[in-house]
Ligand binder design. Sequence first.
Ligand SMILES: CC(C)(COP(=O)(O)OP(=O)(O)OC[C@H]1O[C@@H](n2cnc3c(N)ncnc32)[C@H](O)[C@@H]1OP(=O)(O)O)[C@@H](O)C(=O)NCCC(=O)NCCS
Length: 140
Amino acid sequence: MRAADLDAVVAIENVIYTHPWTRGNFVDSLAAGSHCWVLEYNGVIAGYAVVNAGAGEAHLLNLSIGAPWQRRGWGRALLLYVFDFINKNSLNVLFLEVRVSNAGARALYAQMGLREIGVRRNYYPAPVGREDAIVLEYKP
Ligand SMILES: CC(C)(COP(=O)(O)OP(=O)(O)OC[C@H]1O[C@@H](n2cnc3c(N)ncnc32)[C@H](O)[C@@H]1OP(=O)(O)O)[C@@H](O)C(=O)NCCC(=O)NCCS
Protein backbone atom coordinates (compact mmCIF):
# COMPACT_ATOMS: atom_id res chain seq x y z
CA MET A 1 0.00 0.00 0.00
CA ARG A 2 1.25 3.44 -0.95
CA ALA A 3 -0.13 6.94 -0.44
CA ALA A 4 -1.42 6.83 -4.04
CA ASP A 5 -3.61 3.83 -3.12
CA LEU A 6 -5.46 5.61 -0.35
CA ASP A 7 -8.37 6.99 -2.42
CA ALA A 8 -9.30 3.43 -3.40
CA VAL A 9 -8.65 2.04 0.07
CA VAL A 10 -10.70 4.69 1.85
CA ALA A 11 -13.54 4.28 -0.70
CA ILE A 12 -13.74 0.56 0.17
CA GLU A 13 -13.36 1.22 3.89
CA ASN A 14 -16.25 3.70 3.94
CA VAL A 15 -18.62 1.19 2.34
CA ILE A 16 -17.87 -1.95 4.32
CA TYR A 17 -17.60 -0.66 7.91
CA THR A 18 -20.08 1.13 10.16
CA HIS A 19 -17.07 2.79 11.84
CA PRO A 20 -14.40 3.00 9.13
CA TRP A 21 -10.78 3.94 9.55
CA THR A 22 -10.11 7.47 8.36
CA ARG A 23 -7.59 8.36 5.66
CA GLY A 24 -5.46 9.69 8.52
CA ASN A 25 -5.44 6.25 10.18
CA PHE A 26 -3.95 4.74 7.00
CA VAL A 27 -1.50 7.64 6.57
CA ASP A 28 -0.36 7.13 10.17
CA SER A 29 0.02 3.35 9.65
CA LEU A 30 2.19 3.90 6.57
CA ALA A 31 4.27 6.53 8.36
CA ALA A 32 4.68 4.32 11.45
CA GLY A 33 6.12 1.48 9.39
CA SER A 34 3.17 -0.87 9.76
CA HIS A 35 3.06 -3.56 7.11
CA CYS A 36 0.32 -2.40 4.74
CA TRP A 37 -0.60 -4.41 1.64
CA VAL A 38 -3.19 -4.06 -1.09
CA LEU A 39 -4.71 -6.92 -3.04
CA GLU A 40 -5.11 -5.98 -6.71
CA TYR A 41 -7.31 -7.61 -9.34
CA ASN A 42 -6.80 -6.46 -12.93
CA GLY A 43 -5.08 -3.35 -11.61
CA VAL A 44 -7.99 -2.49 -9.31
CA ILE A 45 -7.59 -2.47 -5.53
CA ALA A 46 -10.02 -5.07 -4.18
CA GLY A 47 -8.74 -5.45 -0.61
CA TYR A 48 -6.01 -4.63 1.88
CA ALA A 49 -4.43 -5.64 5.17
CA VAL A 50 -2.50 -3.80 7.87
CA VAL A 51 -0.22 -5.61 10.32
CA ASN A 52 1.99 -4.33 13.14
CA ALA A 53 4.96 -6.52 14.00
CA GLY A 54 7.54 -6.35 16.75
CA ALA A 55 9.07 -8.29 19.64
CA GLY A 56 8.17 -11.59 18.01
CA GLU A 57 4.47 -10.76 17.78
CA ALA A 58 2.15 -9.47 15.08
CA HIS A 59 -1.20 -7.73 15.33
CA LEU A 60 -3.63 -7.74 12.42
CA LEU A 61 -5.21 -4.29 12.55
CA ASN A 62 -7.25 -4.34 9.36
CA LEU A 63 -8.31 -7.05 6.88
CA SER A 64 -10.77 -5.94 4.25
CA ILE A 65 -12.21 -7.01 0.93
CA GLY A 66 -14.33 -4.53 -1.03
CA ALA A 67 -18.04 -5.31 -1.18
CA PRO A 68 -18.15 -6.33 -4.88
CA TRP A 69 -15.29 -8.80 -4.38
CA GLN A 70 -16.37 -10.55 -1.19
CA ARG A 71 -17.00 -14.33 -1.00
CA ARG A 72 -14.55 -15.16 -3.78
CA GLY A 73 -11.88 -16.56 -1.49
CA TRP A 74 -9.80 -13.38 -1.43
CA GLY A 75 -10.16 -12.70 2.28
CA ARG A 76 -8.81 -16.20 2.84
CA ALA A 77 -6.00 -15.54 0.33
CA LEU A 78 -5.04 -12.27 2.01
CA LEU A 79 -5.01 -13.96 5.42
CA LEU A 80 -2.78 -16.72 4.01
CA TYR A 81 -0.45 -13.96 2.78
CA VAL A 82 -0.34 -12.59 6.35
CA PHE A 83 0.39 -16.11 7.70
CA ASP A 84 3.22 -16.37 5.17
CA PHE A 85 4.61 -13.05 6.42
CA ILE A 86 4.46 -14.37 10.03
CA ASN A 87 6.33 -17.53 9.04
CA LYS A 88 8.97 -15.81 6.93
CA ASN A 89 9.73 -13.37 9.74
CA SER A 90 9.78 -16.10 12.40
CA LEU A 91 7.09 -14.35 14.46
CA ASN A 92 5.60 -16.43 17.26
CA VAL A 93 1.99 -15.32 17.24
CA LEU A 94 -0.59 -13.20 15.44
CA PHE A 95 -3.36 -11.47 17.39
CA LEU A 96 -6.47 -9.76 16.12
CA GLU A 97 -9.82 -8.47 17.33
CA VAL A 98 -13.20 -8.94 15.68
CA ARG A 99 -16.65 -7.64 16.53
CA VAL A 100 -18.86 -10.22 18.24
CA SER A 101 -21.54 -9.53 15.59
CA ASN A 102 -19.18 -10.05 12.62
CA ALA A 103 -20.30 -13.59 11.81
CA GLY A 104 -18.65 -13.64 8.36
CA ALA A 105 -15.19 -12.71 9.59
CA ARG A 106 -15.49 -15.03 12.59
CA ALA A 107 -16.39 -17.89 10.23
CA LEU A 108 -13.33 -17.11 8.10
CA TYR A 109 -11.04 -17.02 11.13
CA ALA A 110 -12.44 -20.27 12.53
CA GLN A 111 -11.97 -21.93 9.15
CA MET A 112 -8.35 -20.71 9.08
CA GLY A 113 -7.53 -22.17 12.49
CA LEU A 114 -7.48 -19.00 14.60
CA ARG A 115 -8.36 -19.58 18.23
CA GLU A 116 -10.73 -17.34 20.20
CA ILE A 117 -8.80 -16.58 23.41
CA GLY A 118 -10.73 -13.78 25.08
CA VAL A 119 -13.15 -10.90 25.03
CA ARG A 120 -12.51 -7.17 25.27
CA ARG A 121 -15.67 -5.66 26.71
CA ASN A 122 -17.07 -2.56 24.95
CA TYR A 123 -14.05 -2.40 22.65
CA TYR A 124 -15.79 -1.03 19.54
CA PRO A 125 -18.16 1.86 18.98
CA ALA A 126 -21.52 0.58 17.71
CA PRO A 127 -24.59 2.20 16.14
CA VAL A 128 -26.06 2.10 19.66
CA GLY A 129 -23.60 2.04 22.57
CA ARG A 130 -20.51 -0.17 22.35
CA GLU A 131 -19.76 -3.71 21.22
CA ASP A 132 -17.44 -6.40 22.58
CA ALA A 133 -14.41 -7.67 20.64
CA ILE A 134 -13.38 -11.30 20.45
CA VAL A 135 -9.59 -11.66 20.65
CA LEU A 136 -8.11 -14.32 18.41
CA GLU A 137 -4.66 -15.76 18.03
CA TYR A 138 -2.85 -17.70 15.35
CA LYS A 139 0.32 -19.60 16.16
CA PRO A 140 2.32 -20.89 13.22
C1 LIG B 1 -14.44 -10.71 6.38
C2 LIG B 1 -13.83 -10.59 4.97
C3 LIG B 1 -12.39 -10.11 5.07
C4 LIG B 1 -13.86 -11.99 4.33
O1 LIG B 1 -13.32 -11.89 3.02
P1 LIG B 1 -14.06 -12.59 1.79
O2 LIG B 1 -13.16 -12.50 0.62
O3 LIG B 1 -15.42 -12.01 1.66
O4 LIG B 1 -14.19 -14.08 2.31
P2 LIG B 1 -13.75 -15.44 1.57
O5 LIG B 1 -14.48 -15.54 0.27
O6 LIG B 1 -12.28 -15.55 1.55
O7 LIG B 1 -14.40 -16.48 2.59
C5 LIG B 1 -13.69 -17.54 3.14
C6 LIG B 1 -14.60 -18.26 4.12
O8 LIG B 1 -14.93 -17.39 5.22
C7 LIG B 1 -16.31 -17.60 5.60
N1 LIG B 1 -17.06 -16.37 5.29
C8 LIG B 1 -16.59 -15.26 4.70
N2 LIG B 1 -17.56 -14.31 4.64
C9 LIG B 1 -18.66 -14.86 5.18
C10 LIG B 1 -19.98 -14.38 5.42
N3 LIG B 1 -20.37 -13.16 5.06
N4 LIG B 1 -20.85 -15.22 6.03
C11 LIG B 1 -20.48 -16.45 6.42
N5 LIG B 1 -19.25 -16.99 6.21
C12 LIG B 1 -18.35 -16.19 5.62
C13 LIG B 1 -16.81 -18.76 4.78
O9 LIG B 1 -16.51 -19.93 5.51
C14 LIG B 1 -15.94 -18.65 3.54
O10 LIG B 1 -15.81 -19.85 2.86
P3 LIG B 1 -16.89 -20.24 1.72
O11 LIG B 1 -17.14 -19.03 0.87
O12 LIG B 1 -16.21 -21.37 1.02
O13 LIG B 1 -18.11 -20.64 2.48
C15 LIG B 1 -14.67 -9.63 4.08
O14 LIG B 1 -15.98 -10.14 3.96
C16 LIG B 1 -14.71 -8.21 4.55
O15 LIG B 1 -13.82 -7.43 4.25
N6 LIG B 1 -15.77 -7.87 5.32
C17 LIG B 1 -15.95 -6.51 5.80
C18 LIG B 1 -14.81 -6.06 6.69
C19 LIG B 1 -14.54 -7.01 7.82
O16 LIG B 1 -15.45 -7.46 8.50
N7 LIG B 1 -13.24 -7.29 8.03
C20 LIG B 1 -12.78 -8.12 9.12
C21 LIG B 1 -12.68 -7.31 10.36
S1 LIG B 1 -11.98 -8.26 11.70
